[in-house]
Design a protein around this ligand. Structure first.
Ligand code: ADP
Ligand code: ADP
Ligand code: ZN
Length: 220
C-alpha cells in the first residue's frame, strides 16, 4: 500500500506517518528529513538546498524527483510507503505518477490533512524533536511524559528546526497555497483524495486515517 499525506507545514504529516509506519508496516519517506540529512552531511544537494530551505522556498523539482525516484526503488519500500512532504508541485505529482507506472506500482490513497493557517503557526512554533531518535514533540500539544526526556529512547537532547520561525512559516504557508494546494483537485480528479480533520487531536486523526486505509472513508 502506498500513501501520500498531503497538507501544509505543521499539519501533522510527520506525526501520523511515524504512527502508520508501526501500525501498517510501511516506510515513511519524508523529503524534509532527507534534505535536512543532506544539509547536515554537506553533500552537493545539501549545499544547494540549505539557503532555499532557510528562506522557506521549495527546492527544485529536478532534485526532488530524482531523490524520490531513487528512494522508492529501495527494498524497504516493497511493502509500501508513506510520502510525507512529496509531491509539493504539479510537476512532482506527474513525475510520481510516471515512476509508479514504470514500476507497476499503485497509489492507494492521498489523504488531505486540513488545518487552518492560524493553528499551523502555533503548531510550528512549538515543535521540537529528539536529537537521537527523531521523535516529534510539541511544547503544548505533545510534551514528553517526563519533562526533557524522550518517551521513545530516553535521550535528553532535543532540537528545533531553524526554519520553524514565524517569518519563514508565513513564506512556507504561501508556498503551500500557491504551489501545493493545486494537487488537491489533481488527486480528486483521479478519485484518490480523502480528507481528514487535521485540527482534531492526534489520536483522533490517526483513527480517521486508519479508517480510510481499512474502508476507503472515515465518514462511513
Ligand atoms: P508536519 O510534518 O505536517 O509539518 P508535524 O507532524 O511535525 O507536522 O506536527 C507539527 C507540530 O504539531 C508538532 O510539534 C506535533 O507534535 C504537533 N501536532 C501534530 N499533530 C497534532 C494534532 N493533531 N494536534 C495538536 N498538535 C499536533
Ligand atoms: P514542513 O512539513 O514543516 O513544511 P518539511 O520538513 O516537509 O517541512 O520541508 C522542509 C523544507 O524542505 C521545505 O520548506 C522545502 O524547502 C524543502 N522541501 C521538502 N520537501 C520538498 C519537496 N517535495 N519539494 C520542494 N521542496 C521540499
Ligand atoms: Zn528519542
Amino acid at each position: 500500500m502506498n500513501l501520500i499525506l498531503l497538507g501544509p507545514p505543521g499539519a501533522g504529516k510527520g506525526t501520523q506517518a511515524k504512527r502508520l509506519e508501526d501500525a501498517c508496516n510501511l516506510v515513511q519517506l519524508s523529503t524534509g528529513d532527507m534534505l535536512r540529512a543532506a544539509v547536515e552531511s554537506e553533500s552537493e544537494i545539501g549545499q544547494q538546498a540549505k539557503s532555499i530551505m532557510e528562506r522557506g522556498e521549495l527546492v527544485s523539482d529536478a532534485i526532488m524527483i530524482a531523490m524520490i525516484r531513487d528512494r522508492i526503488q529501495e527494498v524497504d519500500c516493497l511493502n509500501g510507503f508513506i510520502l510525507d512532504g512529496f509531491p509539493r508541485t504539479t510537476a512532482q505529482a506527474e513525475a510520481l505518477d510516471n515512476m509508479l507506472a514504470d514500476m507497476n506500482a499503485n497509489l492507494n490513497h492521498v489523504i488531505e490533512m486540513k488545518v487552518e493557517d492560524a493553528i499551523l503557526v502555533d503548531r510550528i512554533s512549538g515543535r521540537f524533536s529528539c536529537s537521537n531518535c527523531g521523535a516529534g514533540y510539541h511544547d503544548t500539544f505533545q510534551k514528553p511524559v517526563v519533562e526533557n526526556v524522550c518517551d521513545n529512547c530516553g535521550s535528553t537532547e532535543f532540537s528545533r528546526r531553524k526554519d520553524d520561525n514565524a517569518e519563514t512559516v508565513a513564506l512556507r504557508l504561501e508556498a503551500y497555497h500557491a504551489q501545493t494546494a493545486p494537487l488537491l483537485p489533481y488527486y480528486d480528479a483521479q478519485g484518490r483524495l480523502t480528507r481528514v480533520d487535521g485540527m482534531a487531536g492526534i489520536d483522533e486523526v490517526t483513527r480517521q486515517i486508519m479508517s480510510i486505509i481499512e474502508t476507503g472513508s472515515w465518514l462511513t
